[in-house]
Design a protein. Structure first.
Lengths: 753, 98, 121
């Protein structure tokens, strides 16, 4: 792992943290006062700041810092997270997201916006305190730093050498001029209970200079009266160091609260104290090593209480020499093993750290998916040729092939699952869209999201953002009323937009509901008449009127607002959803609001389809569109107008759609009795009976884009390769049904372009 | 005079940290009254608080007029004593001087 | 023998940085994602030193330190807290909870290794 990889991880984590942040802020906005929610929000910003600091992303750090400070006030109860406060925070979350993106991808952020927010945040945090104090630096007057940290930044991650050689070298030069300090050090028991150790502190002290030490043992009580975890020893140390008092203090940095420490510059000619100072060798390996091999325990000092005194001094001196020699020898030996140990540690820990996820380049996954697609086709072709050449259906080859088919399918499902991602990030982006549009329109809007963890293919997710953004804009801009109007209608002045996702029968269904005024059908109808979309006397159901808004160039707003002025209509939304193999429909209740529902395939790579024959051509109808299949009887067919026919199914009438005619596969209408009807659900929720000549069977097909390989063909969604190697076209059911309503396929195409 | 009942030996643990201090203290208490040899040959890490207990022990044995011997010593033990300036001979001799 | 470091941090970024830094410095590194996991892992790995963050879900750094210090077997382990420069108050609280020392974030690998060396034998 190198710095760039960690940086990647950082940005990934930022995304998660930004999502957490937003979720938490929205919860707070809903009145959630769980301290854990506040903590989670705080942590998210804190975590981004921490990582950003490590990568020297100063703009990000600066803004996160101010944000964090304000959040800390909320956390400590100093600031009540009112709606107004949360409004600022949500906007800050957006800016934080922008800064993160700018740091990753380059580009700049709207400085005036972030600067204004920094001021607001500071005001919230400080109240009357001067604003300048809180932030180390207001957000960047300079453009956001985008580039990756200079390569030199990663130099900090080079192995830390164990050698203190250069250290020692300096020391020798310094000895001549270094002043001598007298340090008295008396630890308290807390020093030890917090995991500090006087011996280690003294070891570190010995590393910054030439040191002699005297230990005061006089305070040690008698054995039966002592607390083994008390603190009774104290020291007087004489140290000659160039590091000064500052250097000495820094050794005791972690301990200074838990000890008495006194540092004085020693008198030039210090009267030789009565206490014998023991010189401590400049010995760095001391205490670090286990007893080295061959380092035999020294012969003990057997001390006879009365006679020992005289011998003691001499013995101490030898002891010192031996210890010093042994220690320095060990210091030399140490380096080589340390290096190889580090290498081993790397290998071992790399394995440990692998954890539960791996990151894989998307291209590799796609390549795998493509190959599996080919495998599926190949397997199907193989099956086919075996069946054709073998009339014994129970042969072992057939059994094996069935297993192969099963396996192929499982592999395919598993590979597809690799690409599956929760819709959460897209939903999260929508929250921001809602805020922005609410600001622009002056409406008060609350976004509620559900089912954010519903998973769908990454491609679908990526392509979902744009139509969804437009729909949300539309819902707030056109759907929701102004607060006054809502109050007048007896509604909550704050409008609600609900965005939900769920899995339903192998597809993902995304619904967008607003509690606005609903579709003004009279207006829509009038507009459709004005635009020649329908005739003035057309008799349309409510559902059909509602669906008119998906027609090209249709806009219900009297004036083109700032938002819809961007030139996208609901027809474009519908097109994008269809391009994803999805369907979109609308339900609306006047005065109560509208619901748009989109049903999308979980993957864009494969499709369960029914293979049918129409006028000698092989077509694939997506299985998800088919409600049932039936064999029409002559008695059930009713003609209607010049060309329209209906089929009666269980006491209701359903328009017959002649697929062969609509696709111009044949010039004449087919005879329904000779074919099969596929009952399909079209986007408006209405049912149609698609007439085909025969059903060949059901199978999973690998989707090959026609647009990518040829060009868009009206009424056709894509192509595939069948088991026998033939190319089959995949029917665009909605387009065909739409065409049967009277719009020709060509016309629809020209409208869309 | 090995095996004589009044001569005891105490082998110190490898890690003499905070947790070991109370244990060591208890052991020493139980060995009062006879000459003692503290075996420090296996010590890998010696914390200040265990040193304190040993110092208190040396003083106690001194007061009991029994011999308190430290040895043999591991390098780590010896180095720690060196580093923190604890010298058992001195402690013992000082007690006597007083 | 390699020193064993237990790191407790909820940020994947920081965990990875700690891992790289510590491995490069020749330590054996064990990682936990929050205080609760930290206390669980502690029982299994018996580290020589612990490096912990303060702001974490489930059990924060203060709670984690207190948990370690209450543990008869592991209470003597040095604990370093990852903190930010501005957090004097937090530093105090961490010390009161029983932290041995601290490392100021954004940590610099040298400082991190240095601090670990300082509190371990």
């Amino acid at each position: 792992m190198d710095m760039n990889e960690i940086r990647e991880i950082f940005f990934q984590e930022c995304e998660e943290q930004l999502a957490e942040l937003e979720t938490g802020l929205l919860k707070l906005n809903d009145g959630d006062r769980d301290p854990e929610t506040v903590n989670a929000v705080f942590r998210a910003v804190h975590s981004i700041k921490g990582g950003a600091g490590a990568f020297a992303l100063d703009d990000l750090v600066a803004f996160a810092h101010v944000f964090e400070t304000t959040l800390d006030c909320v956390r400590s109860g100093k600031l009540e997270p009112s709606q107004d406060v949360l409004k600022v925070m949500l906007k800050s979350a957006d800016v934080l997201a922008d800064l993160t993106n700018a740091a990753r991808d380059g580009g700049t952020v709207d400085e005036s916006r972030s600067r204004a927010l920094v001021k607001e945040l500071e005001a919230l945090a400080n109240g009357e305190q001067p604003a300048a104090h809180a932030a180390p630096e207001p957000v960047a007057a300079k453009p956001a730093v985008a580039a990756a940290p200079a390569p030199t930044d990663s130099s900090g991650f080079q192995p830390i050498p164990f050698s203190f050689d250069d250290f020692g070298g300096e020391e020798e030069e310094v000895l001549m001029v270094a002043p001598t300090y007298t340090v008295t050090f008396k630890p308290r028991a807390e020093l030890f209970s917090k995991g500090n150790e006087a011996a280690l502190l003294l070891r570190d002290l010995s590393r910054i200079g030439e040191m002699s030490i005297h230990c005061h043992t006089g305070d040690v009580p008698t054995l039966d009266r002592m607390d083994p975890e008390g603190s009774y020893l104290s020291w007087t140390i004489s140290i000659k160091t160039e590091k000064g008092e500052e250097g000495i203090r820094s050794v005791f940095e972690f301990a200074e609260w838990d000890c008495e420490l006194d540092i004085k510059l020693a008198e030039e000619a210090e009267a030789d104290d009565e206490r014998p100072m023991i010189p401590v060798p400049f010995d760095l390996s001391l205490l670090e090593d286990e007893p080295a091999i061959g380092d035999e325990p020294h012969v003990g000092m057997h001390v006879e209480p009365v006679v020992a005194a005289a011998v003691a001094a001499a013995e101490t001196a030898t002891g010192v020499m031996q210890a010093a020699a042994a220690a320095s020898a060990r210091a030399e030996k140490k380096e080589a093993p340390a290096a190889s140990a580090a290498a081993q540690a790397n290998a071992a820990n790399a394995a440990n750290a692998a954890g539960q996820t791996i990151r894989v380049d998307l291209d590799r996954v796609d390549r795998l998916i493509n190959l599996v697609g080919e495998l599926v086709i190949n397997q199907a072709m193989l099956s086919q040729s075996v069946i054709e050449n073998d009339n014994n259906g129970t042969s072992s080859i057939n059994m094996g092939l069935e297993e192969l088919q099963q396996l192929t399918r499982e592999i395919q499902d598993s590979v597809m699952a690799i690409r599956a991602q929760p819709v959460k990030p897209v939903f999260q982006r929508m929250a921001r869209t809602v805020r922005e549009i609410a600001d622009i329109t002056g409406k008060s809007v609350r976004l509620i999201t559900e089912g954010e963890n519903t998973e769908v293919d990454k491609t679908v997710i990526d392509k979902l953002a744009e139509p969804l953004t437009h729909m949300i804009r539309n819902a707030v801009d056109h759907g929701l009323e102004m607060p006054e109007k809502r109050i007048a209608a007896g509604k909550n002045p704050e409008g609600t937009v609900r965005l939900t996702a769920k899995h339903r029968s192998g597809r993902i269904v995304i619904e967008l509901t607003d509690d606005g005024a609903g579709i003004n059908r009279e207006k829509v109808r009038q507009k459709a008449i004005d635009n020649d979309l329908i005739t003035a006397d057309a008799n349309l159901s409510d559902e059909e009127i509602d669906n008119l808004i998906f027609h090209a160039g249709f806009s219900t707003a009297d004036k083109v607002s700032d938002l819809s002025g961007r030139g996208v209509g609901m027809d474009v939304v519908k097109r994008s959803i269809q391009a994803l193999g999805g369907r979109i429909s609308i339900q609306s209740k006047p005065g109560q609001g509208s619901t748009f529902s989109m049903s999308l395939p979980l993957t864009l790579a494969v499709l369960d389809g029914m293979v049918v024959t129409v006028a000698g051509q092989t077509l694939v109808v997506p299985l998800t569109a088919i409600v049932e299949t039936l064999q029409p009887e002559a008695a059930a067919i009713h003609s209607f107008g010049a060309t329209q026919r209906l089929i009666s199914i269980r006491n209701s009438f359903c328009p017959l759609v002649d697929v062969g005619r609509i696709l111009n596969f044949r010039a004449q209408q087919a005879n329904p009795v000779e074919g099969v009807a596929l009952l399909v659900e079209s986007e408006g929720g209405g049912q149609r009976a698609l007439m085909v000549d025969a059903i060949q069977g059901q199978r999973q097909v690998v989707i090959k884009s026609l647009e990518a390989n040829y060009m868009h063909v009206p009424g056709i969604a894509a192509a595939t390769i069948l088991g026998d190697g033939r190319v089959a076209l995949i029917l665009d059911v909605d387009a065909v049904v739409g065409a049967s309503r009277g719009q020709s396929l060509r016309q629809e195409m020209s409208l869309a372009s | 005079m090995a095996g004589k009942k009044s001569e005891q030996s105490l082998k110190l643990a490898a890690v003499l940290d905070l947790n070991a201090a109370s244990v060591l203290h208890g052991k020493l208490q139980s060995l009062r009254g006879s000459d003692i040899t503290v075996d420090a040959s296996a010590v890998e890490r010696c914390g200040t608080q265990c040193v304190q207990v040993l110092v208190a022990g040396a003083k106690a044995w001194e007061a009991d007029k029994k011999t308190f011997t430290i040895g043999p010593m591991s390098g780590a033990f010896e180095q720690t004593m060196q580093l923190i300036g604890v010298n058992f001979e001195q402690i013992l001799s000082k007690e006597i001087a007083q | 023998m390699k020193k064993k470091v237990l790191t407790v941090d909820d940020s994947r970024t920081i965990r990875n940085m700690l891992l790289v830094t510590l491995n490069n410095a020749g330590f054996e590194t064990i990682q936990a994602e929050d205080g609760v996991e930290g206390l669980e892992v502690l029982e299994e790995c018996n580290p020589d030193v612990i490096v912990t963050d303060i702001n974490m879900p489930r059990l924060d750094g203060f709670g984690f330190i207190e948990g370690v210090r209450r543990n008869e077997k592991y209470r003597a382990i040095p604990i370093l807290v990852l903190t930010t420069e501005s957090d004097a108050e937090k530093k105090n609280r961490a010390r009161q909870a029983g932290a041995t020392g601290w490392i100021v974030k954004p940590f610099d690998p040298t400082k991190l290794v240095d601090a670990i060396e300082r509190v371990t034998a």
